[in-house]
Write a protein that binds this ligand. Structure first.
Ligand SMILES: [Zn+2]
Length: 158
């Protein structure tokens, strides 16, 4: 199968692997070959990536929150020329297989594809907060922090 890296596919969920192979075949028919750069990761590997996230061109989830640690995600790139149209074609090929494409995340991760976690339905973006939050704060914590800051400002004015 063209540029698909079988050794990285071997470690991931078998349904994800099946869909990625279908995706690779559909893309190959259009002259686009893909190569997997990351499959299943240990929590130690995720922690190492997270520690070095400042030098990573792509978002890195906190250890314990990545779909890669569950074998439910792969990162893949074209083996040939890269362009926004090729990236979009790859993203759409993944979505045609029912995969969630990181290119649509609020913090885009164009190389990332993951298996939806429940029954083939796409999960809401809320489930992806861990992938997107670089600060480590939840929305509730951020709102609470702003509330406290506003209270302090009011007290200082008195
Ligand atoms: Zn990824």
């Amino acid at each position: 199968m063209g540029g698909v890296s079988e050794h990285l596919l071997a470690g991931v969920n078998s349904e994800l692997a099946r869909r990625v192979r279908n995706m690779a075949a559909a893309l190959s028919a259009r002259g686009i070959e893909i190569r997997i750069t990351s499959g299943k990761r240990s929590t130690e590997r995720q922690a190492a990536l997270y520690a070095n996230r400042a030098s990573n061109p792509y978002p890195v989830a906190r250890p314990g929150t990545s779909k890669h640690e569950l074998g439910l995600a792969v990162d893949l790139v074209p083996t040939g020329a890269r362009s926004s149209s090729i990236s979009a074609a790859i993203g759409e090929a993944g979505e045609a297989q029912g995969l969630r494409w990181g290119g649509r995340f609020s913090k885009p991760d164009a190389v990332h594809f993951e298996l939806p976690t429940s029954g083939g339905d796409l999960v809401s973006d809320g489930s992806n907060v861990g992938n997107q939050s670089q600060s480590g704060l939840t929305d509730v914590q951020i709102i609470a922090a702003f509330g406290i800051a506003a209270l302090v400002i009011q007290l200082l004015r008195k």
